[in-house]
Design a binder for this molecule. Structure first.
Ligand SMILES: [Zn+2]
Length: 61
């Protein structure tokens, strides 16, 4: 199965919660990839804000 991840280069970096270090997504340059539990994937240009599902901290990248 082809995923958005395939379009990311090898230089991507993990985007983690600043509070609990939970993985929120991946970022590559000006783009962020977010993947949810049921297989949904979203790719969005930065800046992106997300609330951590574990500790509810607002993270921005
Ligand atoms: Zn967190």
């Amino acid at each position: 199965m082809k995923t958005i991840l395939n379009t990311f280069d090898a230089g991507h970096r993990e985007w983690r919660c600043t509070c609990c270090n939970k993985l929120l997504g991946l970022r590559s340059g000006s783009v962020v990839l977010v993947q949810f539990a049921r297989g949904h994937q979203y790719r969005a240009p930065r800046p992106v804000s997300a609330v951590c599902r574990s500790c509810k901290t607002l993270n921005e990248t």
